[in-house]
Design a protein around this ligand. Sequence first.
Ligand SMILES: [Zn+2]
Length: 477
Amino acid sequence: MSTEKLPTRAENFAEWYNQLVIKAELADYAPVRGCMVVRPYGWTLWENIQQALDRRFKATGHVNAAFPLFIPMSFLEKEKEHVEGFSPELAIVTIGGGEKLEEPLVVRPTSETVIGAMYSKWIKSYRDLPVLINQWGNVVRWEMRTKLFLRTLEFYWQEGHTAHATAAEAEEETIRMLDVYTDFAVNDGAVPVVPGRKSEAEKFAGAVRSYTIEAMMQDTRALQSGTSHFLGQNFAKAFDIQFLDWNNQLQYVWTTSWGLSTRFIGAIIMAHGDDQGLVLPPKLAPFQAVVVPIYKNDLEKTKVMEVVEQVRQELSGFRLQVDTREELTPGFKFNDWELRGVPLRIEIGPKDIEKGTVAFARRDLPGKTGKSFVPHTQLEGRVAELLQTIQASLYERALSFRQAHTSEPQDYAELAQVVQNGWALSWWCGSPDCEAKVKEETKASTRCIPMEQPGGEGICIVCGAKATEKVIFARSY
Ligand SMILES: [Zn+2]
């Protein structure tokens, strides 16, 4: 715990983020450069994210399994684009048990290859399809520039890997999981996202088509928050995953993969946080409410703690923390829980007890606006109602912010200007040259071609050629 103030977001957004992650005790820097230690508060947040997603995966027919951390180097080399894309980021083990290995082992950067090898063994007939497996785990990508949660050498995630009898079924699955991510981000994370398709240049190494959900952070940069890939038959051919179809013909399966990682914690921090600290969405917050008892002497303490105990029992259906730390003042505790982003603070002091009420303070509305006094008899209902209100208002606020910082520029000059502090939604002809020019000259990349399109056609904002789709250009993490 530190009493030093955070820099404000306006002063230095990057520093605000870095210090907040440390001070709120979400994560810390590990002894190895670029690695991250996720502390209990951050891990509880991740566990809540896991549960929210896992529930949705199970509801759409998926099951969990675990595949190995080590992958033979030769596996990665079987899919040309895949190995080209991941080679610069690989960690490779050459010695095991003191002896040089016959074949180097890659520490998995993602598991398409090893899972593909297993699927070729397990899938024989159309009766074995579809295979709908998800894995919760960690992966390693040797990144040069790292930032806690957003880009670290090792990170935690889930990766879904499915195999299907037809292309149509696999494409349907790809979109279904994109929708699952959107639903999770919006309804549990309170993070508005734009679901869309990645350009050829931005797609996953080895995919036919990649889809993404993109979120705007409060510095207006985009954060890719989850991806879903249609892999066609690329991995099926590389790993010989074949099945006998209904007509007894041997065919390659169609596969997908999709992932969401601890990066999403970064999205929550940067979409909702304020100058006082984290502002966590109630559905995912480790603690939904914190009770701070207030007393000056032992007599008051006895009375107050009696009511605190009643409140604790009445609110047992919520994730509740009672702050009984003796050596700290209430004021210090208020700041501490504000820093940690607990959605609702409940203050109980002698005056409140006399009046038969407790004081509520909303984290998303600091100061008097967020204060209210609630009779003991209405606690449970009011907490439930307020948490819902907070959840909804966080989403609305983030959505208004994104709308206020998204423009449809008229020409290239305006585009170049807009992306310095926002997103640009523009017609694009689809040419990689136009995309590269924007990136080179403005640092903004294509984030996605939104699923929701205006229809009709326009002219490419870069080259003036005919265009049938709009794309989001933005600077990104
Ligand atoms: Zn163009």
